[in-house]
Design a protein around this ligand. Sequence first.
Ligand code: GLU
Length: 471
Amino acid sequence: MSVRTRFAPSPTGYLHVGGARTALFSYLFARKHGGQFVLRIEDTDLERSTAESVNAILEGMTWLGLDYDEGPFYQTERFDRYNQVIDELLARGLAYRCDCPKERLDRLREDRMARRLKPRYDGHCRGNAVDPDRPHVIRFKNPEEDVVVVDDMIRGRVVFSNAELDDLIIRRSDGAPTYNLTVVVDDADMAITHVIRGDDHLNNTPRQINILRALGHEPPRYAHLPMILGGDGTRLSKRHGAVSVVAYRDHGYLPEALLNYLVRLGWSHGDQEIFSVEEMIELFDIGAVNKAAASFDTDKLDWLNQQYLQRADPARIARLLSPHMGRLEIDPSSGPDLVDVVKAQAARAKTLTELAEISAFVYRDFEAFDEVSAKKHLRPVAREGLERLRAAFELMAYEDWTADGLRHVVEGVAEELGTNMGKVAQPLRVAIVGRAASPGIDETLMLVGKDATLRRIDTALAFIAARAGTE
Ligand code: GLU
């Protein structure tokens, strides 16, 4: 039987990091076994589900490259099917109508709580002939004896006693089927062989297995993923910053870096850190997923993103960088080719946003010198070097403004002054970049261009003169 997995988000928000990891693991498991990956939108909660959220989920999956083979299937389009199954369970005596008033259920709950027992319906209506025309819910007749064994692919054997399980409601009084019923019908109809989902669903699993068995289906295998914690040890949530997948895109992360980060949340392969999607598919082993919760670590994500920025095709990075430059109100077509900027700068930034910020100087004059850099390098001793450089640059023809030509000039000035390259190049760097960090001085000069270089040296000289006056 071919492997079939599914990702079944409820569209009540964006695709968050936890959901994306669940989707990734389901995707990898299907791909690894040559099977199919199904997307199912669990939108039966009409009040909380939104079309906007469906779009955000689809957008996140597309951005991450988590292609599904079937779907998206929408549960709201399958109500007839759910009702057909509920009617079948009723007809076979495996479910029953219940019209217990709220007061009775409240009293039952309070009574059990007072006795420190889990709230649980007592099966009062099991034998009653409830009038179908009066308001009622439908409950599944859960087996009363025995245990349900979940042989979880991550957590191992988890045993639930049927005595602990409720006769759960499978159709509400308004006629809407409930979560545990719809999941079961879909997993069976969609021939899902492996259910990979968050461990917040583990307690639903024995109930779902019981319904599946009542319907005559062999339950799929289950894998419940441990939760993801934020840096403070509580469950990862909005409080911990950007948890929406699409927000990572907007903050300048590459999809392959986020995927690589996600796959390591609870899974490892020796001490390997970098995985291409092909490698993930080949090496991923659901049985090797850690039982303990995984911790979200932004520094690690940043490190991975930086690795991918360095390795990626500069032309692609330039394309992705362009909107980030736009956000800084820079039009890259007004200056050097963005691909050259990426080649020079990619290793220096953790995100595309940062890459745009540290590359802005190429396209426009910066507003102020970085204080620490200026204090250190734009001092009176630097004046003569800057003046000589300016004079030499001014004499250069535009066509000689090349890395070799520029290096030659800077070396020549250092030699004339009987000093080393750094003593000349650092003040020059601060003068034209605004701070002491940039690619090689020749490359930096080349990207900035002749006119801006002269103009910025003038500004730096004026800065030195003004400071000397106040000292
Ligand atoms: N729709 C459920 C959720 O978003 C997932 C159900 C499942 O995977 O079985 O939490």
